[in-house]
Design a protein around this ligand. Structure first.
Ligand SMILES: C[S@@+](CC[C@H](N)C(=O)[O-])C[C@H]1O[C@@H](n2cnc3c(N)ncnc32)[C@H](O)[C@@H]1O
Length: 298
């Protein structure tokens, strides 16, 4: 998974996420919610002289692009991304491959954790836990026995019992969240991903491939995205909630404007309707609204 996504010629070395799937961060309405979150964090910090907004796994920089139109110059906009800097971005957006060592502000990581490579566990015919191995054609077989740390993670978060049961081992996602939040001296950290809770783990896991807007077999040959939903309750965040609830708490509203506005001011009506439908997409429980917000304040 690591090589297929990030190695030489890997999927994310060549491809732009927007060409293969839609994310919250691609939409201007999402940036409005993030700007609101940034403002709340900024106020809590006493409006320091420098306030960083760090987008980790920034993709094509869409979120920071939209934020550059919403946040004043005191906000230092930083993209952390393996891909090269896109040409169209305003100069004020910094583009780098690694996180700053320490910063105050807002750290945001949208659909990053579900792309953090992880192993898949399988219960063999004798009831033992093994890693599942895969070749470049996508054929799988039971491999070596799980190490102790991975066994403990499964026992705590995603217990498997019967032969043939499978699960993704979420330990690397927790480790990535810790690495990210360690650098945040004061402020808010937010990860946004599709995920599941202990009460509702999907049978067999969710590892899947994406290519050209469709799901495919997760074949690790670099031809497709490979993703697995995040065990969100295992991420050591202060607060975990569905995106639709988090957006509502930030004041986003998907209510259609009244028809009377269409007669009084057709342009204002069209703009309000477009905003309402963009927000409705972000809150749709059968779509982006089903994503989880994992948030820590410090
Ligand atoms: C699924 S895309 C999400 C893009 C964007 N955040 C969005 O939500 O539209 C994940 C992005 O994370 C980047 N990425 C993955 N691991 C990374 C790392 N260790 N450092 C920087 N970027 C990384 C990939 O290159 C890819 O652009």
């Amino acid at each position: 998974m690591e090589r297929a996504l990030y190695g030489p010629g890997g999927f994310y070395r060549r491809e732009l996420p927007v060409h293969h799937f839609s994310t919250s961060a691609q939409t201007p309405a999402f940036a409005e919610a993030v700007a609101q979150l940034a403002d709340e964090a900024d106020e809590r910090l006493g409006r320091p002289r420098s306030f960083a907004v760090v987008d980790v796994g920034a993709g094509n920089g869409d979120l920071l692009f939209h934020l550059s139109e919403l946040l004043d110059d005191r906000a230092r906009l930083i993209a952390v991304e393996l891909r090269p800097r896109p040409r169209h971005l305003p100069e004020r957006i910094e583009w780098r491959r690694r996180l700053p060592d320490a910063f105050e502000g807002l750290l945001i990581a949208c659909e990053l954790l579900d792309n953090v490579p992880c192993d898949r566990a399988l219960v063999d015919e004798d009831g033992r836990l093994r890693y599942e191995e895969v070749n470049r054609d996508g054929a799988t077989r039971a491999g070596g026995r799980l190490d102790e740390a991975d066994e403990q993670w499964l026992a705590a978060w995603w217990p498997l019992r019967d032969p043939g049961e499978r699960a993704e081992i979420g330990r690397p996602r927790e480790a990535r969240w810790r690495e990210l939040t360690e650098r945040l001296v004061r402020g808010t950290a937010l990860a946004v991903d599709y995920g599941h809770l202990g009460s509702d783990r999907p049978e067999g896991g969710t590892m899947t491939g994406f290519k050209d807007g469709r799901s495919t077999e997760p074949v690790p040959d670099g031809s497709c995205d490979i993703t697995a939903h995040v065990a969100v309750d295992a991420i050591p965040a202060d607060r975990v909630e569905p995106q639709r609830d988090a957006l509502r708490a930030l004041g986003l509203n998907a209510t259609r404007p009244p028809m009377s506005l269409a007669y009084r001011d057709p342009t204002a009506y069209a703009v309000a309707l477009a905003n309402a439908s963009a927000t409705a997409r972000l809150m749709d429980p059968a779509g982006l609204g089903a994503q989880w917000w994992m948030r820590t304040d410090r």
